[in-house]
Design a protein around this ligand. Structure first.
Ligand SMILES: NC(=O)c1ccc[n+]([C@@H]2O[C@H](COP(=O)([O-])OP(=O)(O)OC[C@H]3O[C@@H](n4cnc5c(N)ncnc54)[C@H](OP(=O)(O)O)[C@@H]3O)[C@@H](O)[C@H]2O)c1
Ligand SMILES: [Zn+2]
Ligand SMILES: [Zn+2]
Length: 335
């Protein structure tokens, strides 16, 4: 088996502009597979890394297995598969052997390696590739590989009973999936959004209630007590106001990346109510497997907007995403 010349879309020194490129991938190692990519979601995290020119980004790809390394028994040619943010781990350290491969000191995560999803194909270590369950198309499965597993992992790690009240802040790619996962989990679900026109859709995704963050100081917030708030917004928030919405022992999970440092001013209530402020990243292999099974069981599917798998398609997807126009996840597709 020879190596591969892989056509891909790379960032340029002009923000939001891309160009076609080609890179060489060596022949498959025994534990690798070559995947021909059919669809790839566009995540807000791609926007952060596109500031570096010549990067091939994209971490929500789904495609068909085209070739197998000699030692791969898990897949056959033609299987519909995807990969996620975590591309490799040592598999030997304590984090790895306890199922926390995503915390491995030697982990390889997007965008390391540059062999990412905005491309016609990719060589991957087969242990970090996942079969798409029946009933999900390539474009429907794509956003689950980052957005889906990120919010699923947060809910899983919160270890809350189904009686809990959960709020999701920011209803975009991650947020609209978080509403669906949280509802299927059995929680009381509240969407908090700065876009009032998303209300009807939020209720359809499973929110019991919709609160506008534009009216944050208004009475509809009085007396609210959430056990968990998932923040999927990529800007600074009035942190103390959100922390005040937590019940005693409640947790605020920071998933979105704010633009600057975070300051918590009200320390006494933070301490005396035992509030938790926790960073939360997506999950490793175990989480992806559980998430896919759970999503298939509960018919959780992203609301997607298709764009052509081309320079123009990617530029338009980024533009609409930055303008908060998308309902709710851009996916590059081949057909
Ligand atoms: N921790 C992780 O592992 C992880 C994984 C993936 C992504 N992320 C991060 O999570 C965040 C969300 O990603 P995404 O792909 O879901 O992004 P997205 O689709 O753009 O959604 C973000 C949402 O935030 C809200 N928002 C945007 N601009 C805002 C503003 N100026 N003020 C208030 N709210 C605003 C909007 O929701 P409303 O209109 O409803 O207010 C928007 O839909 C990003 O920061 C991304 O980098 C983290
Ligand atoms: Zn992502
Ligand atoms: Zn390890």
């Amino acid at each position: 088996m020879g190596g591969y010349k892989i056509k891909a879309l790379a960032s340029t020194d002009k923000l939001g502009k891309f160009t076609e490129t080609t890179y060489d991938a060596p022949p498959l190692k025994d534990d690798e597979v070559y995947i021909e990519i059919e669809a790839c979601g566009v995540c807000h995290t791609d926007m952060i890394y596109m500031q570096q020119p010549n990067s091939v980004l994209g971490h929500e790809p789904i495609g068909r297995v085209k070739e197998l390394g000699k030692g791969v028994t898990k897949f056959k040619v033609g299987d519909l598969v995807g990969f996620s943010y975590l591309r490799d781990a040592c598999l030997e350290c304590r984090q790895c052997i306890s199922g926390q491969d995503v915390m491995c000191e030697k982990r390889v995560m997007f965008p390391e390696g540059g062999n990412n999803g905005f491309a016609e194909g990719v060589v991957c270590k087969s242990g970090f590739v996942y079969a798409v369950p029946e009933g999900l198309s390539a474009e429907e499965a794509a956003p689950l590989m980052c957005a889906g597993v990120t919010v699923f992992t947060a809910l899983y790690q919160a270890k809350l009973p189904p009686t809990a009240h959960v709020a999701v802040v920011g209803i975009g790619g991650l947020g609209h999936l978080a509403l669906q996962f949280a509802r299927a989990w059995g929680f009381h679900v509240t969407a908090i959004s700065h876009s009032p026109n998303k209300k009807e859709e939020c209720l359809k995704f499973g929110a019991h209630e919709f609160l506008s963050s534009k009216d944050f100081e208004k009475t509809e917030y009085k007396g609210r007590k959430f056990d968990l708030i998932l923040d999927t917004v990529s800007v600074d928030l009035p942190w103390d106001s959100y922390l005040d919405l937590l019940d005693r022992n409640g947790s605020f999970f920071l998933i979105g990346l704010p633009n600057g440092p975070i300051e918590i001013k009200q320390i006494i209530p933070f301490l005396q109510s035992q509030r938790v402020f926790k960073g939360s990243i997506l999950g490793g292999r175990y989480m992806v497997e559980l998430m896919l099974e759970f999503a298939a069981r509960h018919q959780i599917k992203p609301a997607i907007v298709n764009f052509p798998f081309s320079v123009e398609g990617l530029e338009k997807a980024v533009e609409e995403s930055e303008a908060n126009k998308l309902r709710y996840r851009a996916v590059l597709t081949r057909n």
